[in-house]
Design a protein around this ligand. Sequence first.
Ligand code: SF4
Length: 365
Amino acid sequence: MTGIYIHVPFCKRKCPYCSFYSVEYDEGLCESYVIALKRNIEKYKGEAVFIDTVYFGGGTPSLLTPYQVRDILKSVKESFILAPEMEVTMEANPSSVDFDKLCEYRNAGVNRISFGVQSACDSELMALGRLHDYELAENAVTNAKRAGFDNISCDLMIGTPRQTMESLLNSARTLCDLPINHISAYMLKIEEGTMFDCDWVRDNVADEDTVCEMYENLIHVLKINGFNQYEISNFSKYGCESKHNTKYWKGESYLGFGPSAHSYFDRKRYFVPSDVYEFVASDYQEEIVSEENPDKIEEYVMLGLRLTEGINFLKITELGGNPNEIYEKAQVFKGSGLMEISEEGLKLTPKGFLVSNSIITQLLF
Ligand code: SF4
């Protein structure tokens, strides 16, 4: 089964730490974008592609009107073969939804919503340049629940300006008390060229060792509150993992629509240039191939080690690889508490997740 990712490249205002592709929201441009999006989706009519997830990411998808969302999902229904149980997720900014709008999204077919809450502490939200305070975020979540959303996720950020160990864990506990079943926790990365790429931010964030400790303590607090880690940055109640995002880590196929969207389809990885004006003006989106037929073993190890279930030796053999080689190389990481090794396979520990890129490179090359 394939997943569909739809990039909605509009924001009311650019957050100073963000490097995702988005432009300032403009009603007319957004309308043209929806028309272009539908044209691209409808290109798949008659191709018999089976799908079971749709994910509206951004940008700020909740700037789309419920009518536009319904219209896009109508194109999806007419162009693909839908699984009986579809997961349809929308990322939402707490400042751009109210109860009525959430009811309409739900009626349009969205059944999972992911709020960019980031923190339960107002001074941290202000430092992040967010448009909401915590009260607004809490109202958005409770309104979503009242509107009929049983699958609600919240994002939390780690290592942001002014955040302390205590305030992070307090934010985590506060989110756990909301009617949600999923939390994504991302570490702040100071991206070059963003407004956060400055001395004030560097002077006001915790040092690297403290951030690592924060991450480990966060995993513990989320676990005792019923949110189990299933991926480096993702935690859920039992059975409430994101079906769409899990496709990325299990090497399943997905089709991306919209500027800056990525796809993995027909054994090819490709992406759409980050230019909404070009996207709107073109008959069909430009798709630039970044990888043809990627190495299956490399992909399996790289993506599988992001998951808490880790990787399986039998699977490596099935893919034509040599599990003994990886087993031998992994011993050093086991010794330093970064990896757990069993007869079946291996997985990273929370400490290992913090340096996963370096471990994966050493295992593979
Ligand atoms: S709302 Fe989200 S996508 Fe838009 S600028 Fe802020 S963090 Fe980036």
